[in-house]
Design a protein around this ligand. Structure first.
Ligand SMILES: *Cc1c(COP(=O)(O)O)cnc(C)c1O
Length: 491
């Protein structure tokens, strides 16, 4: 990468240089004052970069090469499911009949698109064991909030206004307590036991007449299957609460087990994770919510229904919690998920689960001699290691993550879940080859050895990236997002 590539686009400016050329005007130029109110007219130049088309191409192409994505390398970010996004999804989403329709078109003119959404809902009902599904929520956390608002409406309709508490395990994804809080609930933590599962005695202790719901993911965020789920469901239902399933990462149970059969009343899915929507860097996502019978009437409106051969949106839903998204969700990402489900078929989805679990267990067992394994049992689609041993040598988990950048990998999730010290959470996903898994394992083993023999190389990593180690707190809290011109660049 040459010096020019590292400059900001503003610094590449040569006054008067443009990236376009237009023919001379054949008509007199209209005066701005005749077109716009005086107050809208700019008094000073905006100071935009002045560069040629070729320079601008090179600048942004160089920047794009610094990006890391699933298409450029392994991305084992736990609880994120960075798996391959099949390109056939993109082809289908770009079909003119799907990509060029407008959300305000008459229903008669978009029956095919509505059929696709309806079929997707039917597939998701079957996959989750739920009785109705909405595709409106735009992401996982949005689905959580939507589901909790429905649970709230259900309790209120029953006069159960004292149900103000949502129980979440200490290993829960951060969005769970956040969504519960935004939905107006208080969160209560239930502890995990030494095997990494919800402590049943503690659950019995915290459950009661004030319980609105238990929010859970299964397998949990440590990648472990909550084998007492039926007993847990009975405890919560007996107390009058509902069970909420965080189904963001379904690759561990897809086509094998269904939240509906485990006793859950509400579930959200992340189509941008499990169902191969490209994600990371902000979306767009899709977080459909499925419910059992007694929550159907609270679904956000409109509800997509089929009457004979015709699809229509039903707005006449007096008990609905309202709308949660303009129109009917993020259409493009739903098209991709539909394509994925149809191309995989039931057997394909079963294979997804088997490979996701096999890959995670293979990697966990091969790394276990080199890193602490807090829960020494079969994992599902992901697993956690602890960097405790390396910390004693002065190498923190953050250092290990930074060192992985030198090997060309996106680091795993670190310091999460919170109940594991120096946590390293790895989700290899089912789409990676054994060669890729082995290469990553070798890198992790090399780093473990470096921590013993040559800790500085890990502590000072990364060594090969464009930007070396950032002050992460400063970068997050005081990001410099605006270009401020200092002095003209001369070269
Ligand atoms: C990713 C994730 C979420 C949040 O989903 P978003 O789409 O990022 O809002 C919730 N729970 C779990 C377990 C997740 O992995």
């Amino acid at each position: 990468m040459n010096n020019q590539d590292q400059a900001l686009i503003f610094e590449l400016t040569k006054p008067g240089r443009t990236g376009y050329s237009l023919p001379d005007m054949e008509v007199p130029e209209a005066a701005l004052e005749d077109l716009l109110p005086e107050s809208y007219i700019r008094k000073t130049e905006p100071g935009l970069p002045e560069v040629s088309e070729l320079d601008i191409m090179r600048h942004y192409t160089a920047l794009s090469k610094r990006n890391h994505g699933v298409d450029s390398g392994f991305y084992p970010l736990g609880s994120c499911t960075m798996k391959y996004n099949p390109k056939i999804n993109e082809n289908v989403a770009r079909l003119a009949g799907l990509a060029h329709i407008h959300p305000l078109q008459e229903e008669e003119t978009v029956q095919g698109a509505m059929e696709l959404l309806f079929d997707l809902q039917e597939h998701l009902k079957e996959i989750t064991g739920m009785e109705e599904v909405t595709l409106q929520p735009a992401a996982g956390a949005h689905g959580e909030w939507t589901g909790l608002m429905m649970i709230r409406a259900f309790h209120e309709a029953n006069g159960d206004t004292e149900r103000t508490k949502v129980i979440v395990p200490d290993s829960a994804h951060g969005t769970n307590p956040a969504s519960a809080t935004v939905a107006g609930f208080e969160t209560v933590t239930v502890k995990s036991d030494e095997t990494g599962l919800v402590d049943l005695e503690d659950l019995k202790r915290v459950v009661g007449r004030d319980t609105a719901a238990l929010m859970l993911t299964n397998p949990n965020t440590l990648g472990l299957f909550e084998e007492n789920i039926l007993e847990m469901a009975a405890i919560v239902h007996e107390a009058g609460g509902k069970l909420y399933y965080d189904g963001a990462n379904l690759n561990a149970v897809l086509s094998k087990a269904r939240p509906g059969d485990m006793g859950f009343d509400v579930v959200h899915l992340n189509l941008h994770k499990t169902f191969t929507g490209p994600h990371g860097g902000g979306g767009p996502g899709s977080g459909p919510v499925g419910v059992k019978k007694d929550l159907i009437k609270y679904l956000p409106k409109p509800v997509l229904v089929k009457e004979g051969d015709r699809y229509t949106f039903d707005y006449n839903r007096p008990d609905a919690i309202g709308r949660v998204k303009p129109f009917y969700g993020n259409f493009g990402i739903n098209v991709r998920a539909y394509t994925y489900i149809r191309t995989m078929g039931p057997d394909g989805l079963k294979a997804v689960t088997e490979y996701a679990v096999l890959n995670a267990n293979y990697m966990m067992r091969r790394l276990a001699p080199y890193y602490d394994l807090p829960f020494d049992r079969h994992c599902k689609h992901e697993f956690v290691l602890s960097g405790k041993r390396q910390k004693k040598l002065g190498v923190r988990t953050l250092d290990i993550a930074k060192r992985l950048l030198d090997f060309g990998y996106h680091p795993p999730t670190i310091y999460f879940p919170l109940n594991v010290e120096e946590c390293i959470m790895i989700e290899p996903t089912e789409t990676e080859s054994k060669e890729t898994l082995d290469a990553f394992i070798d890198a992790m083993i090399q780093i473990a050895k470096e921590a013993e023999d040559n800790p500085e190389i890990v502590q000072e990593a990364p060594h090969t990236t464009v930007i070396k180690r950032l002050d992460e707190a400063l970068a997050a809290r005081k990001p410099v997002l605006r270009y401020e011109k200092k002095e003209p660049v001369t070269n």
